[in-house]
Design a protein around this ligand. Structure first.
Ligand SMILES: [Zn+2]
Length: 334
């Protein structure tokens, strides 16, 4: 009798080790409802993740097998909010459609630098969520230098100085490199590239829908009134999709040479693609002297490429997002 009691106590402890730590205990499918299969991979390696399970109201889940495949079951068809959990990975909150077949979902490894990622992609300029272009933007290069002034409607006087053909070639090369790197290859090129040349003395209205408009400005100042080397800004809709962006390059800063100009252009393009400043580690998005994208930046960009606009920390998808057959593909197509 005493031995039996001790066994019961041990069982209770074990249950607590799995059930009391914060993760809800998974409930297995009964075989009586609608099902959906999900293949779970690691965000950065694409390797299948085993031992994953989902929890949520009214759903049951197997643990994923060696190929990352798990089965969800619900009594009725519908969209279900789930938390997808695995040891060594960040729990992802998302929505799945049941029934469904082989939706693909990726999980971020716990070792990933989420602090720097949140600064870069869910920072001050994007109100704590990911904002992004969901189709390749156009690039518009204004050849004529503009005179900066405090202009809320973004209208500036065209001056008599022009970017040379070589300048423009450099701008296009640096921006294309930045677009490829920051989108992690989702956008291999701009949807189009237009070179405009405003007539001297004309007022130019800079913003253009669907485009990143870059020009050189004389006497550029930032929001706080300080003289700055460059400025990138993005306009987003309520879902966090960027609809237009502006990059301003200070005329005098650009005279610092091609290497300096390239770093500045890629950094400002980062802002035009929704990125904020990183202070927790070295980054091309450091507020000053950040260099070109390093390995950690490239990893962060790859994670962001696999998250929808509206994604919040640590890994919460917006309610409108539904895991589908291939997340990356879906983002690239929209
Ligand atoms: Zn900046």
């Amino acid at each position: 009798m005493r031995i039996h009691l001790r066994l019961l106590a041990a069982t209770a402890l074990l249950t607590c080790a799995f059930g009391c730590g914060g993760d809800p205990t998974p409930t297995a499918p009964t075989g009586s409802g609608q099902t959906a299969s999900i293949r779970v991979v690691s965000t950065l390696t694409d390797q299948p993740v085993s031992g994953v399970f989902a929890t949520g109201g009214s759903i049951r889940s197997t643990r994923s097998d060696g190929s990352g495949l798990l089965t969800l079951e619900a009594a009725a068809p519908g969209r279900y909010s789930v938390s997808v959990t695995a040891p060594q990975f960040v729990t992802r909150q998302t929505t799945v459609a049941i029934p469904g077949n082989e939706a693909r979902l990726d999980l971020i490894a716990s070792s990933f630098d989420m602090t720097a990622f949140d600064q870069m992609f869910r920072g001050a300029t994007s109100a704590g969520r990911i904002i992004k272009w969901t189709t390749a933007p156009a690039l518009v290069v204004q050849r004529t230098g503009l005179l900066w002034t405090n202009s809320p409607d973004e209208r500036y006087l065209a001056e008599d100085e022009q970017w040379t053909d070589a300048d423009i070639e450099g701008v296009i090369a640096d921006f294309t490199f930045g677009l490829q790197t920051i989108s992690a290859g989702v956008f291999p090129a701009f949807s189009s590239i237009r070179i405009e040349q405003a007539a001297v003395g004309r007022m130019v209205t800079v913003p253009q829908a669907g485009a990143i408009v870059v020009a050189r400005y004389r006497g550029l100042r930032g929001p706080s009134g300080d003289r700055i080397g460059g400025l990138g800004t993005a306009n987003t809709d309520s879902a966090g999709v960027i609809r237009g962006a502006i990059v301003k390059i200070d005329r005098d800063n650009e005279l610092g040479g091609p290497a300096f100009a390239r770093r500045l252009r890629v950094h400002e393009l980062g802002h035009a693609m929704g990125l904020s400043h990183v202070t927790s580690r070295a980054s091309f998005m450091a507020p000053a002297n950040g260099g070109l994208p390093n390995d950690a930046d490239i990893e962060a960009c790859r994670v962001a490429a696999r998250r929808p606009p509206g994604s919040r920390s640590p890994d919460v998808d917006p309610a409108t997002f539904i895991a589908t057959f291939d997340t990356t593909h879906r983002i690239a197509q929209r």
